[in-house]
Each structure stands twice: as C-alpha cells, then as structure tokens.
Design a protein. Structure first.
Length: 444
C-alpha cells in the first residue's frame, strides 16, 4: 500500500489525510484538542494558571472554539521572563529535544519537545513536503542550518518521514552545495530564499546551469519574500518555489505551506489553531482582514502555547483552495509588526522596498536598506545590485535606471529614498535569514 502512494508526483500520502477532513469534523477535533491543551497548560504551567485565574478564564469554561478569545495572550517576553524552562508542561524526563532561537537582544528563547511532539512535527513536515508534490524517490538537499535553529532538524525528519532521500548538508559552503546538487541529482532543496538566490548566482559563476539540473522544487522560508522574488527565483532556476512558514515558539517549520496552487499557505490547523487579531486592540478580525497572526498549539505536550502573538501580519483567506484541502489558508507573510521602520513619519516595510526594486528591469535580487540620521533628519538609502551589463554600460543607462528606481520607490512608499546602484557581489550574502535593514540612526 504505502509503496504505491509515495512513488509518483500525483500520489497521496496517508499523513496528508487531515488536510482534507470535512470542516465539521475538523472543528470538532480542534475543540476537543483545545480543551485538552488549555487544561494541560493550566495544570502544569504556573504562568498560564496565574493569567487564566486573573481573567477568571477556567479551562472547563471552553465550550466552543469562539471561547478561545477569553484566554489570555502569550508574548515573546513571556518566554524570556521564564527562561530557560519556565513554560515547560512536561517533566524533563519526558523532554527528548530542546531548540532555541536567538532573539535580537539578550538570552535566547528555549523550546521543548516530547517524543509525541517530535512525531507531530515530523507529520506536519511530511504533509508540507507532500503538498509541494515531493515523494519517495526525491532527493532532498536540506540546506537549512542544523543545530538549535529548528529549520535543519525539522526539515530533516520530515524528509525522512516522507520516505525521500535526505542530504543533511546544512547551511553554508556554497561551492560544495552546488557540487552535491549536481553530482547527487538533487530534485528538491530546502533553505532560505535569500540563500537560494546566492546559490543560483554562485552556480552561474562555476559554470553550472541550474536549469539543466533535475532540481524541480524549492521549499523556502524562515524569512519574508515577495512574489516578485519568487518570479526571479523560478525564472532563473526553472524550479517551482514553495513558501513554508513556521516559528520556534509554535514548533518550527511546518506550521503552514503552499500547495501546487501557490496561492496562500495552508495552515495545519488540526495542530495549530490560528486567529487574526487587531494588533492594537487584541480583538479578533474577520476572515479576509489583515491583522496579527496568533496561534494556540492544539497538541503540544512539552510546551503548549496559548494564543501566542507571532507579530506576523497576514489574513485568513476565506475562499476554498482549488487543491481540495479543507484546512484554511493564510496570505503570505509580507511583514512583521516589528520590522516596520519609520522614516520622516512614514511607515515603511522592507517587503515594499523589495517589491518596488524587483519591479524594475536591470536590478538583481540583492539589496539592503541603510538608515541614518543627518542633522536630525532621517535618511534612507537603498542599495541594490545591478547586472554587470548595466554596470559596464554607459553612465547614461545607470542614471536612467537610478531615476526609474527612485521614482518607483517614491510612488510605492510615499517618501524619497536615495538609490545607490552597486556592482554584483557588493552586498553581503547570508547563509540563513537575510539582514535587509541596517539602522545606524541609534548610533548617531
Ligand atoms: O524561521 C522556522 C522556519 C525554519 C520556518 C525553516 C520556515 C523554514 P524562527 O527562527 O523562530 O523560526 O523565526 C520565525 O520567521 O515569526 C516569521 O517572522 C519569519 N518567517 C518564518 N517563515 C516565514 C515565511 C523559523 N515563510 C519567524 N515567510 C516568523 C515570512 C517567515 N516570514
């Protein structure tokens, strides 16, 4: 049986069955699991018990999914304040794995998994890969970092669980990545989209034509990337680029993934209950409306999360997906509520800059935003690499491109930005999450 589903692109993986549950059944399952996880959090985690008591929100008061709004939110600082093990709901004897995510400041946050949690994580990653059309016989190069970061091991277990062949190469050493990709006949790669762009570029320099390789799918996530970026990736490598989403606090990668339709990310809502709230008031917003994404883990044992505020901004897509999955979709995450910066009173998100830059021909998908303060005034410089042809062309064409980009940025953002065209390779390449904004204002 198992052999048949998993050897062909159209095959159905049994692990994907919950993707297609009738909605009523899914809601029943979610409610039962929600009641269980809230009870577990209340009984085993002091912080959750105190917060629920303060609000008079008892676990046995949860009669419907809508009652979830009575529960308190959890935020990132709660994980820092209880560092390292304060939110664990299982004794350490039952914890088989720890991961951690480094924040921008201070101590990392630590998360725990029981064996059951690892099994759930593996299953959502199997479902993720299956949704991208991967199956047994695929050779998956896993270039997410192995270690405390969840990307490496999360994708690794998922690829093995799928029955595929996994190459645990981890991030970095681009020349070796390209050699392996070519020599081992890799059919799918997992890494951040920015790192894959770097690999495309490096392959070109090494004389390897990615388009002629068997590589056909990329499972890209861990950082925001636009549709414009996807088009560049797909055009330059002849692969299909899928968006995968997840976060350490909830499980790691595998919270949501695109299917073949590539129109929004299906959320594995039988395990992660999504809500969208108004980030200012905390009130739920209707499907289709943009707001902050909040998750409650429905089956986590070692470290349940109740109404965790991700700071990621998106909307639930109300329409059914063409693929037939019943689990809901969210729009791609273009921004976080905390990656916005303010320039002369105007709110700017890096993703807006990316979309504007890539809309203009002659740019390369490598850019950085540098913020500075001169004489008390905020300045924004957008550095973008341009093709060698443009760069070696007459000064005139550089000026023309610069003018086009300035105009595009101004109409998109509503403010003027300095545009600096730089030669290929000027901007630092990342092996993991790209750093798009350098804010020098605080240092001045
Ligand atoms: O980045 C887990 C992951 C690994 C996801 C591999 C996908 C692939 P953290 O380091 O905790 O976990 O970072 C989580 O990264 O809240 C988002 O802001 C951002 N993020 C993750 N995936 C996407 C995505 C991993 N597909 C934070 N699009 C999240 C946009 C993403 N942002």
């Amino acid at each position: 049986m198992i052999e048949q589903w998993n050897d062909s692109p159209g095959g159905f993986h049994p692990a994907s069955a919950p993707d297609y549950l009738p909605v009523e059944q899914l809601r029943d399952l979610q409610l039962r699991r929600l009641q269980g996880v809230v009870r577990r959090a209340y009984d085993h985690v002091a912080l959750f018990r105190r917060r629920m008591d303060e609000r008079g929100a008892r676990p046995d008061g949860l009669k419907s999914l809508a009652d979830i709004t009575r529960m308190p939110f959890t935020v990132k600082t709660d994980l820092r304040d209880t560092y390292p093990f304060g939110l664990f709901a299982s004794p350490i004897q039952e914890v088989v794995r720890l991961h951690a995510s480094s924040g921008t400041t201070g101590k990392p946050i630590v998360v725990a998994y029981t064996q059951e949690d690892i099994n759930v994580w593996t299953s959502v990653m199997v479902r993720s890969f299956a949704a991208c059309g991967l199956h047994r016989g695929d050779i998956i190069q896993n270039a997410y970092g192995y270690g405390l970061f969840t990307g490496g091991l999360g994708a690794h277990y998922g690829a093995e669980g799928l029955g595929a062949t996994v190459i645990p190469i981890s991030g970095g050493n681009s020349d070796r990545q390209i050699m392996v990709m070519k020599d081992f006949g890799v059919t799918a790669i997992c890494c951040t989209p920015s790192y894959f762009l770097h690999l495309i570029e490096r392959a070109g320099e090494l004389g390897v034509d990615m388009k002629s390789l068997p590589l056909r799918a990329g499972v890209f996530g861990a950082e925001p990337w636009t549709d414009a970026m996807r088009r560049r990736i797909e055009a330059e490598s002849s692969i299909k680029a899928y968006d995968i989403y997840g976060l350490t606090e909830i499980i790691g990668p595998g919270v949501g993934i695109e299917c073949a339709e590539q129109s929004g990310l299906h959320l594995f809502e039988d395990h992660f209950y999504p809500e969208i709230i108004d980030p200012d008031t905390g009130a739920p917003v209707p499907d289709g409306t943009e707001g902050e994404l909040v998750f409650t883990t429905l089956s986590k044992k070692a470290m349940p999360m109740i109404r965790y505020r991700t700071r990621d901004i998106t909307a639930i897509i109300p329409e059914k997906c063409q693929c037939g999955r019943t689990i809901r979709r969210m729009r791609r995450i273009g921004r976080r509520s905390d990656d916005m910066f303010i320039i002369r009173g105007v709110n700017v998100f890096p993703s807006q800059v990316e979309a504007a830059l890539l809309a203009v021909e002659g740019t390369l998908p490598h850019y950085q935003i540098v913020l500075a303060r001169e004489k008390g005034l905020d300045q924004m410089e957008v550095q973008v690499e341009v093709t060698t042809e443009v760069f070696s062309d007459k000064v005139r064409s550089l000026e023309l491109l610069q003018g086009q980009l300035s105009h595009k940025l101004e109409t998109t953002l509503g403010i003027r930005a300095e545009v600096r065209l730089v030669e290929p390779h000027t901007i630092e390449r990342s092996q993991g999450k790209a750093k798009r904004v350098i804010d020098n204002r605080k240092m001045q």
